[in-house]
Structure formats: C-alpha cells, structure tokens
Design a binder for this molecule. Structure first.
Ligand SMILES: NC(=O)c1ccc[n+]([C@@H]2O[C@H](COP(=O)([O-])OP(=O)(O)OC[C@H]3O[C@@H](n4cnc5c(N)ncnc54)[C@H](O)[C@@H]3O)[C@@H](O)[C@H]2O)c1
Ligand SMILES: O=C(O)C1=N[C@H](C(=O)O)CCC1
Length: 250
C-alpha cells in the first residue's frame, strides 16, 4: 500500500515539531515537506503532498488553506482563530474544489474532545455553566479555540433544551471580571508559566456542582488525533469541524 504524502506547515513550532516527528514515525505516512514561516507554499505542490497539516498562526492559516484548496491538497488544521466569517470563506473555496477535504480540529486530544462532549450532554441539566481554560503564557489568542467551541456547544445544547438564562446578580464589575461572553456562556482564560493546555467546565445546580477537567500535559497528547485526521480527511470531502466526527462521537 502506498504511503500518504504529508506536509507540515508551522514545522518549527511547538505542536508543528511534534507533528513532524509523529508523521515521520507513522508507518503509513511519508513526510514530504516541513514548512516554516518564510518557505514558499509551492513546496506543497512540488513535493506532491496529498495532505497538509496546518499548525501555524491565526494570521497565516487562511492564506495557507486558500493555496491548499486551490491545489486539491487536503488539510488537517489545528490552528485557532476561527470565526463564522472565516468558516464561510473556507466553505466557499471548498465549493470550487469539491473533492478536497479540510478538517478543523479545535483540539486534537481525545480527552479534550470528550470534555466537550460531556459538557454538551451535562449543560441542560444545571442552572449555571462556566468555562475556564488555562494555557502556557506563549499562547497568542484568548480564549482558546477549544474553550470557544466548548462554550458554543454548551449554548447550543441549552438552547435546544429551552434552558432558562443562567442566574447572575452581578450589578457592577471590573471589565473582564466575568470573563468573555461566548453565546451567553462566561469563558475565563488563565495564562500561567508551567502549564500547557487545560480546561475546566464548571456546572452548578441546586446543592451540587459538577466539574469536568482535562489536562494536556505534553504535545504528544495531540498526535493520535493529528494522525487520525490525516488518515480520515482524504475520504471526507468538504469541511469537517471537530475531530469528534472522525471518532464517531459527532
Ligand atoms: N488543535 C489543537 O489540538 C492544538 C494544539 C496545540 C496548538 N494548537 C494551535 O496551533 C497553533 C500553533 O501553536 P504553537 O503553540 O505550535 O505555536 P508556535 O508559535 O510555537 O508555532 C507556530 C509556528 O508557525 C510558524 N508559522 C507562522 N506562519 C507560518 C506560515 N505562513 N507558514 C509556515 N509556518 C508559519 C511560526 O514561525 C511558528 O514556528 C496555535 O493556533 C495553537 O492554538 C492547536
Ligand atoms: O497551546 C495552544 O495554543 C493550544 N491551542 C488550542 C486551543 O486554542 O484550544 C488547543 C490546545 C492547545
């Protein structure tokens, strides 16, 4: 069986360098290109890459994906910064290249994907739900892509269940004290030396609380998800948002 030809963009970064090694170590894959910020995207076509793993920055990801889609190169994307507008633009590009697949995974770790799922299931059963994400201090975006997606899933589940607005008597507050408002769900971002990527979903009801916590302690936690994404995206044309769809948790 021929090996999947894989390129990594952002190859010198924290997660990108781990992805380079994971692809090199995967028996069914061949690393054909490892691109940094100043490398030409034409290396993707000249190397014959079938799948690009996009792990750069929110300011680079759209240009890279436009090139990939225009050249029929599937993409597995871990980079954050996804708005409705960006997703619509990407969807438009994909319509012009209908056999190309793009997976956007707010988080590649199985524990984080399950945290989102558990939060979504639990959210309608509690009066209050808040999300706290905790990351290393080099992270450029806040709140994390994972926390934003978690909050959206919580909000969606509560809307579908007809949940009442969450109780909150705050009348005065310092700006930011109640976190960012993501579709009505408060999201708090901590940046702390020593951390990698962590999240707590706090749920509160009459006389009880439930906390769902996940900790990524090493970038290796993301690699099985990256490799699964590469294997599955070649047979998944169009846009897939969330690794849960490739784990049959969707
Ligand atoms: N989905 C997940 O599971 C997951 C996990 C970890 C990190 N991330 C996300 O991945 C992204 C990268 O995180 P990081 O901690 O590795 O950051 P990082 O700053 O260590 O790495 C980013 C790398 O991309 C390079 N780069 C920037 N523009 C580029 C371009 N146009 N072409 C090629 N390379 C380019 C930078 O020079 C840098 O080396 C962030 O958005 C982060 O939130 C996602
Ligand atoms: O280290 C980061 O940066 C991470 N980014 C993703 C996010 O914003 O959710 C996933 C976790 C690690």
């Amino acid at each position: 069986m021929s090996k999947l030809r894989v390129a990594v963009l952002g190859a010198k970064g924290r997660i990108g360098s781990a992805a380079v090694k994971a692809v090199e170590d995967a028996e069914d894959m061949e690393l054909v290109a490892a691109l940094g910020r100043h490398d030409s995207l034409d290396v993707l076509t000249s190397s014959g890459a079938q799948v690009a793993v996009e792990l750069t920055t929110p300011d680079s990801v759209m240009t890279n994906l436009e090139y990939c889609v225009a050249n029929g190169i599937h993409a597995v994307v871990g980079t954050t910064g996804w708005s409705e507008e960006r997703l619509a633009t990407l969807d438009g590009w994909l319509k012009t290249s209908p056999s190309t697949g793009v997976l956007i995974a707010p988080n590649f770790s199985i524990g984080a994907v399950l945290t989102m799922k558990f939060a979504q299931i639990a959210a309608p059963y509690f009066e209050s739900v808040e999300v706290v994400e905790l990351h290393h201090p080099h992270k450029v975006d806040a709140p994390s892509g994972t926390a934003q997606r978690t909050a959206q899933l919580i909000a969606e589940a509560r809307r579908a269940a007809g949940s009442a607005p969450m109780p909150d008597a705050t009348a005065t507050a310092l700006e930011g004290a109640r976190g960012a408002d993501v579709e009505g769900v408060p999201v708090h971002a901590i940046r702390l030396r020593g951390l990698l990527a962590h999240q707590e979903v706090l749920l509160g009801g009459e006389g009880e609380t439930l906390t769902v916590r996940h900790d990524s302690l090493h970038h290796s936690s993301f690699m099985p998800g990256v490799l699964l994404g590469v294997r599955r995206v070649v047979d998944a044309p169009g846009l897939t948002f969330g690794l849960e769809h490739f784990l049959d948790l969707g």
